[in-house]
Design a binder for this molecule. Structure first.
Ligand code: OXD
Ligand code: MN
Length: 593
């Protein structure tokens, strides 16, 4: 930890001093990102009991953290966009006037770090030296946050070096306070590139580089500066002849985004490889060659642990074999970790709240939102271009959701505007287990509903405007792995077999294969999707691709209500698209019988 690099930047120094005089920490420590610093933070966290060291033979260099049970997830109702006007934040965000937010939170920050250390955490989102990257500095009183930021970002002296004398950095301030939900606020000030977070110690609320900077502030900066900050994974598909095609994909939560980013192709695709560039966030800008180039701003994975297993995601399981911080998972008697969906439970565990647990226990051993924080360098399928400052050229953008009905397995948009429409209207159905009401579609445009830092209608407008900036735009697709047939059976096997759909997407993106025109987009013929070796009946595949007139009329009607809720900012082009689609559905599809 050193103090010298920062003193060279007077703006940064002045801001740190100002925040320190408000929060009144006992000491201010500038983090350099070194291994020695990491070791010393880990040791002190273990001493204080914030972290528990796992058995180094089973889980080398890995730790367990148990959060306050009242603090286990992002808090959307306490997350605010503080723009000068409410209209700028839009109906999709909670809004607080900037002056009110500053007054309210300053009172909470006043003396909040007494007896504590304020860590100064300089970090880069994106590869070091990339013109697509952004710099942030997070001030935090949590060593757990520092250790997580060290995995999730390029943190320390390298970030200060990249910043130099510039005053262009995100100013993030975080204090855990007493972790009281009554005093918990996550406030974003896009105009001043500032984030203030208080009262939480949980990842999404406090690792300020991730959702707060990379998405909420990032989306605002993206519109201002002409690029896109998206809630998308990025993967590269390498064919046996060595050509790699990059795809970015947005899915709402619980739709298998990390699994898709780490897909291992099935046997039928011998010689094919899928490389992970990112599993959650993509920043995309037009390159000199007119294509859209993407970076993953993150350096690690903050993944949901329950449900992750050698079956569902072997690459993730390899990634977390070591060097990982686990939050709110269960611990085995041998000092390893366990969660629901990993396999058969051992006879005894310590649950996420530190209590004894046996398979007879009524409660879950791991919290359903338990997480792993692991360096992306541990992923054996990490793309060799994940650190490339230029990023990777995106040939296809995929939007998807969890829909038991209506939405076919795969269709391609007619053009960019229609593709934006697909993203703007995407959604997922609630399951009986979650809500007791099946089939309620929650629209989550581009999977950005909780993460768009300004009015969603203007965000759609920005997407439409990007068309004029991208001479060679990616093709846009809509997928649905989750369609069900009679008796509720899945029509498509999903997981590794999604490679078959990915192959069609790539062939279309390169203009190598023709398609049939349907009222809602270009679709493959059955013979265009390689089904060899798959135990799927022709009728089931046909059903997975069926476009039903009544379902689509209802769907398009629902889109109208969705746009209405998003207010006057929704561009008229999207309503026009909706009417065009409706006209074609009514004219071209026969009534279902
Ligand atoms: C995440 C999320 O944690 O989308 O990535 O909630
Ligand atoms: Mn996410």
């Amino acid at each position: 930890m050193n103090d010298t690099a920062a003193t060279k930047n007077p703006t940064l120094r002045a801001w740190v001093d100002a925040m320190a005089s408000m929060c009144k920490p006992d000491r201010v420590v500038w983090c350099d990102g070194s291994e020695a610093e990491r070791r010393s933070l880990l040791d002190s966290c273990v001493r204080e009991g914030t972290l528990e060291r796992l058995n180094p033979e089973l889980r080398p260099d890995s730790y367990l953290h148990r959060s306050n049970p009242n603090d286990v997830a992002r808090v959307e109702h306490l997350t605010f966009i503080c723009t000068p006007t409410r209209e700028e934040a839009g109906p999709n965000n909670h809004w607080m006037a900037p002056a009110d937010a500053i007054a309210k939170l300053s009172a909470l920050y006043d003396g909040a770090m007494r007896g504590r250390t304020m860590y100064v955490v300089p970090y880069v989102m994106g590869p070091l030296g990339s013109p697509l990257s952004k710099i942030g500095v997070e001030l935090t009183d949590s060593a757990y946050v520092v250790l997580n930021m060290r995995i999730m970002t390029r943190m320390g002296t390298a970030a200060l070096d990249m910043l130099g004398q510039s005053d262009d950095f995100n100013r993030g301030l975080h204090s855990t306070l007493d972790c009281n939900p009554e005093r918990r606020f996550i406030c974003h000030f896009p105009q001043t590139n500032t984030i203030w977070s208080v009262g939480s110690g949980y990842g999404g609320n406090v690792l300020l580089g991730k959702k707060c900077l990379a998405l909420r502030i990032g989306s605002y900066l993206g519109r201002k500066e002409g690029w896109l900050a998206e809630h998308m994974l990025i993967l590269g598909v390498e064919s046996p002849d060595g050509q790699t095609t990059y795809v970015a994909a947005a899915f709402p939560s619980a739709c298998g985004k990390t699994n898709f980013a780490m897909l291992i192709p099935p046997k039928r695709f011998d010689g094919w490889k899928v490389w992970t560039v990112g599993d959650d966030i993509a920043w995309m800008r037009v390159g000199d060659d007119g294509r859209l180039w993407a970076i993953n701003p993150e350096a690690g994975y903050f993944g949901v642990a329950p449900g992750t297993s050698l079956q569902s995601n072997p690459r993730a399981m390899q990634t977390i074999e070591r060097d990982t911080i686990f939050t709110n998972v269960a611990r085995t008697d041998e000092g390893d970790i366990w969660w629901e969906g990993m396999g058969a439970p051992p006879p005894h565990l310590i649950d996420w709240q530190g209590r004894d647990w046996t398979p007879e226990s009524k409660e879950k051993a791991a919290h359903p939102n338990a997480r792993f924080t692991a360096p992306m360098a541990n992923n054996r399928a990490l793309s060799p271009f994940a650190e490339d400052p230029r990023g990777v050229p995106i040939s296809a953008i995929v939007f998807g959701g969890r829909r038991a009905t209506t939405v076919p397995l795969i269709v391609q948009s007619f053009n960019w505007t229609h593709g934006v429409y697909m993203g703007a209207t995407m959604g997922s159905e609630t399951t009986a287990a979650a809500t007791g009401q099946v089939g309620i579609v929650r629209r989550d445009p581009m999977a950005m509903l909780p993460f768009c830092g300004y009015d969603m209608g203007s965000y759609f407008g920005h997407w439409l405007d990007m068309a004029a900036r991208i001479p060679s735009p990616p093709k846009i697709f809509m997928v649905n792995w989750f369609r069900k047939g009679e008796g509720g059976k899945w029509l498509w096997p999903g997981y590794t077999e999604n490679m078959r759909v990915l192959k069609w997407i790539i062939d279309r993106a390169h203009g190598r294969i023709s398609a049939v025109e349907t009222p809602i987009g270009w679709a493959p013929r059955e013979s265009d999707i390689d089904l060899a070796g798959l135990n799927i009946e022709a009728a089931d595949f046909a059903e997975s691709m069926r476009i039903d007139r009544d379902e689509w009329k209802a769907e398009l009607q629902d889109h109208a209500g969705h746009f209405e809720k998003l207010g006057a900012g929704v561009p008229p082009e999207l309503e026009l698209q909706r009417r065009l689609l409706l006209a074609r559905v009514e004219r071209d599809l026969s009534a279902s019988g």
